[in-house]
Design a binder for this molecule. Structure first.
Ligand code: ATP
Length: 321
């Protein structure tokens, strides 16, 4: 990584960024064809954009500010403001001290949000069509070179992608004898994701799977809950080849319910009052997702480490070049 400017001269590395360019262009193309608007939300914030965890704090004149951990609140503001369908491709900052092959402290987030949905199913339908479009574009433009230089055959995923409820996913893991660490509280650890990925490949012959209906304990306060099962959220993760690349959900747009859910999670209203206010004068039912651009490139191109899929890596021990 110290010699990244030489490393990137290798044709196989250059190719990764040609693919990234095509993929991003295809993402925008699809969204523009579907009446989405591109937005750019602030990255310097007065309050955390997700939870207080993984937050970078910076000096801001006489006070403190935070780097955005996600554009979540502002995508939703756009919906409340009547934009109806929005997307953003921009930087996301996470003070995550872990050293893994899939985490960075700064990464490019690909986010979308749209209104007038019935449930998280609408978000998944939109995402799978969008991803299939992106894969097709990449295959058309670079399929042969990818095969030749990286030995990977780009397979355009068939739609619909398989879906498994979280309960079913846990059942599958139990059946195959995989033990999810106890501290996961209804979540799945990376090892479990890999096992599920293999299961889906064997049983559905598919690289992608939506894991849906996550328990409220492992989801943020703004995820909408199932009316007939309030212990579960209308949310999903998308796994690709056993790696999480997306979290999505229908959001709670009813202010009274949203406030009750925030209280239940032990949040104080004051720091999120500006966000709660977005819903005061009406907001259509809406949902969306966030995807890590480099994680998508990793799975698409069969790269082992996210460091290969990003122009310059940022991690706990890496701030140069
Ligand atoms: P993980 O469980 O892998 O830490 P997360 O649940 O924190 O991810 P989300 O907050 O749902 O992730 O973010 C949405 C998407 O952004 C993820 O699915 C992933 O593709 C990407 N992402 C999240 N954190 C990172 C990171 N530190 N580095 C690179 N990409 C990330």
């Amino acid at each position: 990584m110290d010699w990244r400017y030489l490393d990137l001269r290798k044709p196989e590395n250059l190719l990764i960024f040609k693919v990234q360019t095509t993929a991003e262009a295809a993402m925008r193309e699809f969204w523009l064809q579907n009446n989405f608007m591109e937005i750019h939300t602030p990255k310097i914030l007065g309050a955390p954009s997700e939870s207080g965890a993984e937050l970078f704090t910076l000096d801001y004149f006489e006070g403190k500010a935070y780097l955005a951990q996600s554009p979540q609140f502002y995508k939703q503001m756009a919906i409340a403001a009547g934009f109806e369908r929005v997307f953003e491709i921009g930087p996301v900052f996470r003070a995550d001290p872990s050293f893994t092959s899939r985490h960075m402290t700064e990464f490019t987030g690909v986010d979308m949000e749209f209104g007038w949905i019935e449930s998280h199913e609408d978000v998944m339908c939109m995402q799978e069509r969008w991803l299939a479009y992106v894969y097709q574009r990449v295959k058309d433009a670079h399929g042969e070179e990818i095969k030749e230089r990286l030995g990977v055959d780009i397979v355009v995923p068939t739609v619909p992608f398989p879906r498994l409820t979280m309960a079913k996913a846990q059942e599958i893991l139990r059946e195959v004898g995989y033990i999810v660490p106890a501290d996961k509280k209804g979540d799945i650890d990376p090892g479990g994701e890999r096992v599920l990925g293999q299961y889906v490949k064997e049983h559905f012959n598919h690289d992608f799977v939506f894991v849906t209906d996550w328990p409220i304990a492992v989801r943020p306060f703004y995820h909408m809950r199932h009316p007939d099962n309030p212990g579960l959220t209308r949310s999903f993760d998308l796994l690709a080849c056993g790696l999480e690349i997306t979290t999505g959900a229908q959001r709670e747009h009813r202010l009274d319910v949203l406030k009750a859910q925030a209280l239940e999670k032990g949040l104080h209203f004051e720091p999120i009052q500006f966000y709660l206010d977005f819903f005061r004068f009406g907001c259509p039912p809406h949902g969306g997702f966030g995807l890590g651009l480099s994680r998508l490139l990793m799975v698409m191109l069969g790269l082992q480490n996210i460091r290969e899929a990003v122009f310059l890596f940022r991690g706990p021990n890496r701030l140069t070049p």
